[in-house]
Write a protein that binds this ligand. Structure first.
Ligand code: NAD
Length: 364
């Protein structure tokens, strides 16, 4: 297979982790007989420095002409004082909206090798966590009508959803539930918000097409609590843009390390998907060879699975990551409280070495 992948390294640790994911993608291409052509996209703070804005139209165009896009992260203190329209994070909204990737898939998986990094008690976690959050990504309050009064003392943002916007997310939630444990939980605030009540009506309608899936509902406040109280009750969660934003960060924390979690943003399948680790640009460790590249490498695996339908290749990456962890290799963030033992065993590694190890294990 020959495909074009747009690389959007971004800022901070973004370029470091994307470089390692590219090495892994190249190793997959070699092993399975594929060819990837890469295009480079400048976005975020890097684009502000180069072009004066976070996502110039022609940079978005490069993504749209590709078969898939892999993003590192954007942002950093250098650009924190700019007006909100000019901030690096605007590039994220521009990419998501421009690429029409309306669903964000965030698997929150606890790797058994990293169980110690999970802040929850053993009896809560049991033999592991595997939750898939399907977050609506191009609608709701982040894209709704907003404003600030002339005197600056009143401000508003609007949560607005249409039936088709909700239906495609809920349907995706049912579809993934069918290939997993057949449980879907819709998270909302239907006791207060009209838009949430529409989410429930739509879910009830779509449910008729998936009689095997057990559908439940939770209010966002309760769901946030349940996620730490009894996370194993969840299989697939479908929710709005803002609630999904909050829940997926919470879910990432209970799995242990932000440096391990990948995400996929996908649309109706006619355009390229956008793949990225869930962490930010980590300015505190940028350029120090300290960043864990595994979240980005696992995002590359999702890219192969969802955009190119290459399940064996995606699994090969995930298996290589698992084998590297089995053998005790750790970056600082996942060594956690065992850091001294890991160091003494000579298995504490940096960004580059971790990337090389995944390639090595992939080729075994
Ligand atoms: P962050 O995710 O960048 O960092 C939070 C903490 O986690 C830091 O201590 C960091 O060192 C650590 N960390 C993050 N990724 C890591 C990795 N791969 N390996 C090891 N440690 C890792 O969040 P933040 O500090 O709140 O934000 C920093 C910048 O990133 C801000 O400008 C923010 O706006 C931006 N940001 C971008 C995205 C994105 O591009 N999708 C997402 C979140 C934040």
């Amino acid at each position: 297979m020959e495909k074009t992948i747009a690389l959007i390294p971004g800022d901070g640790i973004g370029p470091d982790v994307v470089a390692e994911a590219v090495n892994v993608l190249d190793a997959v291409a070699k092993k399975f007989g594929h060819k990837w052509n890469y295009t480079n996209v400048v976005a975020g703070g890097a684009a502000i420095d180069k072009f004066g804005k976070p996502l110039p139209e022609e940079q978005l165009e490069i993504c749209l002409k590709s078969d898939a896009a892999l993003l590192g992260a954007v942002g950093g203190p250098k650009w924190d004082n700019l007006a909100s329209e000019l901030r690096p994070e605007k590039a994220l909204l521009g990419l998501r909206g421009g690429m029409k990737v309306f669903a964000n898939l965030r698997p929150a998986v606890m790797w058994k090798q990293l169980k110690d990094a999970c802040p929850l008690k053993d009896e809560i976690v049991g033999d592991g966590l595997d939750i898939l959050i399907v977050r609506e990504l191009t609608g709701g309050i982040y894209f709704g009508e907003r404003g600030t009064s002339a005197d600056g003392n009143t401000a508003w943002d609007t949560e607005k959803y249409t039936r088709p916007e909700i239906e495609r997310i809920v349907r995706m939630g049912f579809e993934y539930a069918m290939s997993r444990q057949k449980r879907l939980c819709v998270v909302d605030k239907a006791n207060i918000l009209n838009s949430s009540q529409l989410w429930r009506r739509v879910a009830e309608d779509v449910k008729k097409d998936y009689p095997e899936v057990a559908l439940s509902y939770l209010y966002i406040d309760n769901a946030s609590m349940q996620l730490v109280r009894n996370p194993r009750q969840f299989d697939v969660i479908a929710t709005s843009n803002m609630f999904g934003d909050i829940m997926s960060d919470e879910a990432s924390q209970i799995t242990g390390s932000i440096g391990m979690l990948a995400s996929a943003s996908i649309g109706d399948g006619t355009g390229p998907g956008l793949y990225e680790p869930i962490h930010g640009s980590a300015p505190d460790i940028a350029g120090k060879d300290l960043a864990n590249p595994l979240a980005t490498i696992l995002s590359a695996a999702m890219l192969l699975r969802y955009s190119f339908k290459l399940e064996d290749e995606a699994k090969a990456i995930e298996n290589a990551v698992s084998a590297v962890l089995d053998d005790g290799w750790r970056t600082g963030d996942i060594a956690g409280s065992h850091i001294d033992e890991v160091k003494a065993a000579g298995k504490l590694v940096g960004t580059k070495k971790m990337g090389q190890l995944v390639v090595e294990y992939l080729n075994k």
